[in-house]
Design a protein around this ligand. Sequence first.
Ligand code: FAD
Length: 437
Amino acid sequence: MQEIIIIGGGLAGAEASWQILKRGGKVRLYEMKPERFSPAHRSEKLAELVCSNSLKSKSPENASGLLKQEMKLFGSLVMESAEKFAVPAGEALAVDREPFSGYITDQLLAEPGLELIREEVTAIPAQGIVIIATGPLSSEGMAKEIERITGSDRLYFYDAIAPVIYAESINMTVAFRQSRYDKGGADYLNCPMSREEYERFYQELIQADLVPLREFEMPKFFEGCLPIEEMARRGKETLCYGPMKPKGLSDPRTRAEPFAAVQLRQEDLSAELYGMVGFQTRLKYPEQERIFRLIPGLEQAEFARLGSMHRNTYLHSPGLLNPDLSLKTDPRIFFAGQISGVEGYLESASCGIAAGIYAWFRSQGREPPMIPKESVIGALVNYVSFPRETGFVPINANWGIFPELIPRVKKQDKKKLLAERALVATGEYLAKLSAGR
Ligand SMILES: Cc1cc2nc3c(=O)[nH]c(=O)nc-3n(C[C@H](O)[C@H](O)[C@H](O)COP(=O)(O)OP(=O)(O)OC[C@H]3O[C@@H](n4cnc5c(N)ncnc54)[C@H](O)[C@@H]3O)c2cc1C
């Protein structure tokens, strides 16, 4: 039986291993701890949670809650351990991190098909099926190796993330469609501001609380990618010459150029999500919600994700990966977890589930059935692999990544119907898998 090599024993690597082992496959798992630790990892255990102990919402009203249900259907080891070692956290699922990782490590080590090698890998094996799951803090040697096989322009080292907003929460009686100077079609949504509105926004912005950076994250901001609060601190009207430049725009309500404008750009094919252009930020999450809702047109904005700036090694994967997460130029190599462009503990783990199933099928010389895009897991994998022209940012589970419901339904019914459809599709998929098709 062909052994599958997995590099990185984090959340994705652990789940990928589990899916293969549970199907009777063999895994050689390389993990560099304790020989080497990334700047954030501390424990020798596999599937370590490097920061918060929260795995986010359990609510079925939340895409993260739905993801948990799907993972359980797939027999997720991470979810099994999370439920065993859950600590009280209201609507969220939070865990006691040490026993959580300990249980996952023990369960994997108890599998006869697993060989765990505690060693840093800096060269991708030239033969065999390989899953790369070295995470957002992949070792330098591995990052160089990934650059070698994908091209250096395809590996990113910092996330400068601007918030993403659900289209349906934007007030379209205020926001208007136009490109600056009408160049390139009316592709942008513009939120216009008067001088008074801008000044109020500016004052709040420069006083807002920021997320502290860790030592290994000390700002190495690129000038072209400064956080907006940093830009604002350089001068009261700096933003009006940067991302909030109103030039070439005309507010249909006043037929005049606004004092400033925030531009929103479509993020997904179904136009459910809009990103705030140039609004990468280190503001604390509640501050972002409070201050960005001061922007005219965004008073009721619902955020699919908030902005952040942190160290994160990830592939610009669309166009680089096949729909099964294998590399187009060398399909025996798969990517899983945060390095593939998803964001978050469970998103990374669930991506490991997908890569594990797909790699196992490949090892059997069979084409894997694709996890349906109607499920959160399938939609995340589709998000990272689907080729696109517009910018790509790592994303966590949210309602905007699903294919549209047909026929369209009322807003208040949407999440429930999307969740029902996701669970039915996952059930059908798993039935197909167990029938060996
Ligand atoms: C500082 C930081 C804080 C974060 N906080 C959160 C949070 O609070 N909540 C959240 O949902 N997400 C958070 N994330 C994002 C992300 O979800 C987690 O990093 C998650 O652990 C990613 O899972 P993974 O399996 O892709 O990578 P990891 O869990 O990091 O696993 C990768 C593994 O590969 C090993 N490895 C690396 N290079 C090599 C090599 N060359 N050879 C062998 N082994 C190697 C590492 O030691 C590690 O064990 C954070 C990310 C960072 C960087």
